[in-house]
Design a protein around this ligand. Sequence first.
Ligand code: 4LM
Length: 395
Amino acid sequence: MWESKNIETNTIHGGKKSQGEHGPLSTPIYQTSTFVFDDVQQGADRFAGDAQGHIYSRLGNPTVDELEARMAVLEETEAAAAFGSGMGAVSAAIFALLKAGDHLITSHRLYGCTFALFNHQLPALGIQVSFVDLADEQAVRAAIKPNTKVIYGETPINPCLTVIDLDSIAAIGREQGITTVMDNTFMSPILQRPATHGIDLVLHSATKYLNGHGDVVAGILCGSSELINHIKMTTRKDMGAVMSPHDAWLVIRGLKTLHLRVQRHSENAQVVAEYLQGHGAIEKVYYPGLPEHPGHRLLGRQMRGAGGVMAFEVKGSFEQAVAFINQLKMCKRAVSLGDAETLIQHPASMTHSTYEPEELAEAGISRTLIRLAVGLENAEDIMADLDQGLASIGG
Ligand code: 4LM
């Protein structure tokens, strides 16, 4: 295995193993459910953990192993575990770390399904949850109880791009013996590596930037070998949200261009955010690349760029916001983000429809809020499409 001090090189070579007698450049897809034992003893030794070697693809697969090794290099952690979706990774982490009677501190600002898991499923299983502003260190400290086991956040947060200070959350976790988990989906390891700030577990919806081509649903967790092995041998093995070898291969392929794609997504988004901010039909733009955004101060310290996602509010009614989205010709009306195509969606009725109206208000998601995941097209074309859409509603 070969590793560089430069992440651009590591997206291509980091964690890559030599591939047997034929020496293929591309990682082989081990499209197999099970692995053959020489004899019963060998099988028994593998099950007992006394011998190396694969058993069954829910427990591990060479193509998936390679993606995990590559992600561990990129996130600068000892190990990684791959899952069949980002939510598979969230639930595997949470159920491995929390049991009935334990307490979770999180934010009321989260991706909609993560919020639904924390707000509905966990309390039903006897796990206590406090929703606080994770950007407010005093609020986090005040929420800690003797049974607090996990602090879970996203940064920047979906969809309003609130930025959480990683150093502050990691310090609280270390000091209080609480495991910290951070969803790094919006940044990718190109722009932010939470483990280097002391966060214990880094999470990705690999569906997004890591894969980058809109053709896979996948998730990743990165952390210490101890934590990752625990998750692999408990919730991943027994709940079974595993990644398929073919999907792992597609994500590995995506990683090779991650640094180029993320750089272009960020450059395009900066231009588009500035354009929208200067447009008379726009009420407000939420993007950490704009100096007015409260998270802007953490650019450079924890983020190497502001990423490709922004949200904005149009002036006027909900109906006008909807008419604008419907008027777009090139930008695609779709949830998800991190793809080559610019994607636009309405959080209150789509990604965050799991929130009740008062919960939406608390999370800062108005009915006129629109999320834009800027793609890799020429920024002029993206702005021209937005421009004709805004003109159609009188902007
Ligand atoms: C979306 N998001 O926003 P899977 N963490 C974050 C996410 O944005 C998502 C997940 C986890 C969107 C999906 C429709 C910050 C998903 C969950 O979708 O399970 O891979 O990831 O548009």
